[in-house]
Design a protein around this ligand. Structure first.
Ligand SMILES: N[C@@H](CCC(=O)N[C@@H](CS)C(=O)NCC(=O)O)C(=O)O
Length: 226
C-alpha cells in the first residue's frame, strides 16, 4: 500500500491525482502548514530528511521529489495505463522535457514571485515600506516578469499544435505541469483565459478529469497559495 505524505495546498495534490489516474490504491496522511510561515510541520522530516512534500512510502520504499515520484509511480504502478509514452518516441522526449521543465524552469520564477509578494506585504515600520516596494518592483522588472512572460508564451505556443504537453494523449507530464500552471493561474503571473487561451483550456481539461476530481475529494480542501 502506498502512503502519500500530503501537505495541504501543495504540490502533493498532483501525486494524489496521478494515483487516481493509475488506479493504484493509496492512503493519505495529511499535514497542515504552519499558519504563520506556511512551512511544513517538523513531522515531515521524520519521513524524509528534507521535510518537504510530496513524499511517498510504498511498502518501505520512500520516494521524494515530485518528478522522481511521477517516474517511480509510472514504472512501479503504471503498466498498461499509458501515462508514459513508449521510449524512443518524440512523445517520450517531450514527456521527459516537461517533467523537468515544471520544477526546473517554471517553478523558480513562480517561487520568487511568491517570496516578493510576501516581502511587499511584510509588517515593517512605515518608512521601510517604500524601500521594500521599490526592491520588489525592481526584481519583478528585471527577473520575474520577463521570465514568466517568456515561459507562458512558450507553453502557449507548444499547446497550439497538440492537446497535451507530451503529444495528442494525456500523460503524467500533464499531471506534473498542473501545479505550476495552477500557481500561475492563482495570480503569481500574468495568466488568464484571455492572455493564454490554449494554456487556460489545457488547465480546464486537466481539472475536468474525473481522476482529478477524485483526488480533490481524497486530499481535502485545496487551493494554491497565490
Ligand atoms: N522540487 C520539490 C519541491 C518540494 C517542496 O518545496 N514542497 C513544498 C510544498 S509545495 C513544501 O514542502 N513546502 C513546505 C516547506 O518548505 O516547509 C518537489 O517537486 O517535490
Amino acid at each position: 500500500m502506498i502512503t502519500v505524505h500530503h501537505l495541504e495546498n501543495s504540490r502533493s495534490q498532483r501525486v494524489l491525482w496521478l494515483l487516481e489516474e493509475l488506479g493504484a490504491p493509496y492512503t493519505v496522511k495529511r499535514y497542515a502548514r504552519d499558519p504563520k510561515t506556511m512551512l511544513a510541520p517538523p513531522e515531515l522530516a521524520a519521513v524524509h530528511p528534507l521535510g518537504k512534500s510530496p513524499v511517498i512510502d510504498d511498502d518501505g520504499t520512500v520516494v521524494a521529489e515530485s518528478g522522481a515520484i511521477v517516474e517511480y509511480l509510472c514504472e512501479a504502478h503504471g503498466a498498461g495505463r499509458g501515462l508514459k509514452p513508449p521510449p524512443g518516441t518524440p512523445e517520450a522526449r517531450r514527456f521527459t522535457y516537461w517533467l523537468h521543465f515544471a520544477e526546473g524552469s517554471l517553478m523558480p520564477p513562480l517561487l520568487v514571485a511568491l517570496i516578493f509578494a510576501k516581502v511587499r506585504g511584510a509588517k515593517v515600520p512605515f518608512f521601510v515600506k517604500p524601500i521594500l516596494k521599490g526592491i520588489a518592483a525592481q526584481v519583478h522588472k528585471a527577473y520575474i516578469d520577463p521570465n514568466l512572460n517568456r515561459l507562458l508564451a512558450f507553453m502557449e505556443s507548444e499547446l497550439a499544435t497538440r492537446e497535451w504537453f507530451a503529444g495528442d494523449a494525456f500523460s503524467a507530464a500533464d499531471v506534473q505541469m498542473s501545479y505550476p500552471v495552477e500557481a500561475a493561474a492563482a495570480g503569481r503571473a500574468g495568466f488568464s483565459a484571455q492572455s493564454h487561451p490554449k494554456l487556460h483550456a489545457w488547465l480546464k481539461r486537466c481539472q475536468a478529469r474525473p481522476a482529478y476530481q477524485r483526488a480533490l475529494a481524497a486530499g481535502g480542501p485545496y487551493s494554491v497559495i497565490p
